[in-house]
Design a protein around this ligand. Structure first.
Ligand code: DC
Length: 228
């Protein structure tokens, strides 16, 4: 039997979504990207004109909203899932420059993290899940049978993000994308509440010098090794 709960953490642009979607498809597991919950929280704050530093008001918005992640509608096929808030599909709106700029400060509020924790744990408790994020192995699902920490150098992660943006019509320079990734790293690792770090029992996979096929092979080796 493959491990029932697989946690994949790592910094922005390490390729967690690509690998996580592939692995979930391969194992016929649910894929859940916890980052969308923080993005949805930032989107709720922005669309309701709530200040990004007003944690209590953001928590109230989260508690009033129904945030769901389902199989992709045709327009979200490349992303692999569709996010709905109160029944409206909002996936693309969660990846705008505005949300990108607000999501890390929103994710740094411990009250916001506490409000989103039960949502993530409920999905984890169903099992047969690949959950990706920053603190899945350390905080959300510390008992996950397999924890992977995907890593890559900042230059490589910036290059991948830039390529991804350009495929979707983005026009930012690679330098601008790199500065953004570096800023996000500082916020994700430097926050007081559940910062990004490698769990003691996580397997670290450095992807700089791996082709996507090599990376998949390394991940499958870990899955096989972790079989019960
Ligand atoms: O993975 P992403 O770029 O969509 O994540 C968006 C933000 O949410 C990023 O600043 C880190 C934060 N995040 C988090 O704090 N904890 C998670 N488990 C997932 C994402």
């Amino acid at each position: 039997m493959p491990p029932s709960i697989i946690a994949i953490d790592g910094p922005a642009g390490a390729g967690k979504t690509v690998i996580g979607l592939w692995l979930a498809d391969y194992l016929r597991y649910t894929f859940f990207d916890t980052g969308v919950l923080y993005r949805a929280s930032a989107w709720l704050a922005l669309t309701n004109s709530v200040a990004i530093d007003d944690a209590d008001a953001i928590v109230a918005l989260i508690e009033r909203a129904t945030i769901d992640v389902d199989s992709p509608q045709p327009s979200d096929a490349e992303r692999g899932y569709t996010v709905t808030i109160d029944g409206h599909a909002v996936t693309d709106s969660l990846f705008t420059a505005e949300v990108n700029a607000s999501v890390s400060p929103v994710a740094a509020h411990s009250a916001v993290r506490a409000a989103l924790l039960p949502v993530q744990r409920r999905i984890g408790a169903r099992g047969s899940v690949v959950m990706v994020g920053r603190d899945v192995g350390t905080t959300v699902l510390p008992d996950a049978e397999l924890k992977i920490y995907l890593d890559a150098s900042i230059d490589e992660r910036a290059r991948r993000r830039w390529e991804q943006e350009h495929r979707r019509g983005g026009t930012r320079t690679i330098e601008a994308v790199r500065a953004d990734v570096a800023h996000r790293d500082a916020l994700d690792t430097g926050r007081g509440s559940s910062p990004l770090r490698v769990a003691d029992d996580a397997h670290r996979v450095d992807t700089d010098d791996l082709s996507l096929d090599d990376e998949k092979k390394a991940i499958l080796d870990l899955v096989t090794m972790s079989r019960g």
